[in-house]
Design a protein around this ligand. Structure first.
Ligand code: SF4
Ligand code: SF4
Length: 302
């Protein structure tokens, strides 16, 4: 199944303290609508089955996104929009946007929520948006971004009290969150495998990872190419056949770190994107792993 995170624009109307999408870059880029439509046609031809509209805040461009969603529906592509709910100040305003999205064929809405988002957006907005989804028959879930600190308990409680559908999502220590204090990790030794859905940026650069992967500036490890020079199919094929990427998918970051010499005690100190950054955003470490990807790593077990 081929899925893509589609970055129509990096513009956002708020400035969350933890944002991965913006790490001090003040300039915003946006795709041309006509170009985005052509790309959707190419994505359909390349058998992409799911698209998540993300990056900055997509619904700043509600009319454009609605058109792109309608095209997804025509092509039989599952569509999702990731939003901060700025548009849902009242139940009536929430209904207006939800009905427009649903009317154009949106499959699912993902509402971002965290103590950082909610410095700018009222919790009530998220509640209005979720309730409007239920009322109007649109699937939704809330992505509750958390660093698992005590400060987040009340935020989780709010979701529970209102019986909202939510999933905790660990904050990624990249972008503006890079300097955040880390909470000690209290969990098992995890495999840390990643599905790695590609991310398409507004400037048509495509990356093999849609989370922190576009920020590996020392090696550009996840950069697949640009759609002005390569086709969608070529870039997906590159992502699907690269042996190191496939080790991340199947073997997991922890096993790769272990192969690279990290002790188990070191491995559990890092969240997966941090560990990934240590392994693949370091030219020496990357060169070693790349040369081992097809030989040593294939037969390695701990
Ligand atoms: S709403 Fe999303 S894109 Fe906008 S600043 Fe916050 S985390 Fe970043
Ligand atoms: S661990 Fe690496 S591949 Fe997985 S989401 Fe994080 S940056 Fe991307």
């Amino acid at each position: 199944m081929r899925k893509l995170a589609f970055g129509y624009s990096t513009r956002c109307n708020v400035r969350c303290g933890h944002c991965v999408a913006a790490d001090g870059i003040l300039e915003h880029s946006k795709m041309e609508l006509a170009r985005a439509k052509v790309i959707l046609d190419q994505l359909s031809a390349a058998h992409i089955t799911g698209i998540s509209f993300t990056a900055g805040e997509p619904l700043i461009y509600l009319d454009d996104i609605a058109e792109l969603i309608r095209l997804c529906k025509e092509y039989g592509i599952y569509s999702r929009v990731v939003t901060n709910s700025f548009w849902a100040k009242t139940p009536e305003l929430a209904d207006e946007t939800i009905l427009k999205l649903k009317g154009n064929g949106l499959s699912q809405l993902r509402l971002s929520y965290s103590r950082w988002h909610q410095e700018n957006i009222a919790q009530q907005n998220v509640l209005n948006a979720a309730r409007s989804c239920v009322k109007n028959g649109l699937a939704y879930f809330i992505s509750f971004v958390t660093d698992f600190s005590e400060e987040d308990v009340a935020f989780e409680q709010y979701l529970r009290e209102h019986r909202l559908i939510f999933f905790p999502e660990p904050v990624i220590f990249a972008g503006r969150a890079q300097s955040f204090a880390r909470q000690p990790i209290r969990t098992d030794y995890q495999e840390n495998c990643c599905a790695m859905n590609p991310y398409l940026a507004p400037n048509l650069d495509m990356y093999a990872c849609c989370d922190a992967g576009s920020h590996f500036s020392k090696t550009n490890f996840f950069h697949l190419g640009n759609l002005q020079e390569s086709s969608v199919h070529e870039l997906f094929e590159k992502s699907e056949t690269d042996s190191l990427y496939n080790h991340i998918r199947n073997m997991g970051i922890s096993a790769i770190a272990s192969f690279a010499g990290y002790s188990a005690r070191d491995i559990i100190r890092y969240r997966k994107c941090e560990l990934c950054e240590k392994l693949f955003n370091n030219p020496e470490s990357l060169a070693m792993l790349q040369s081992e990807a097809d030989s040593g790593m294939n037969v390695w077990c701990r």
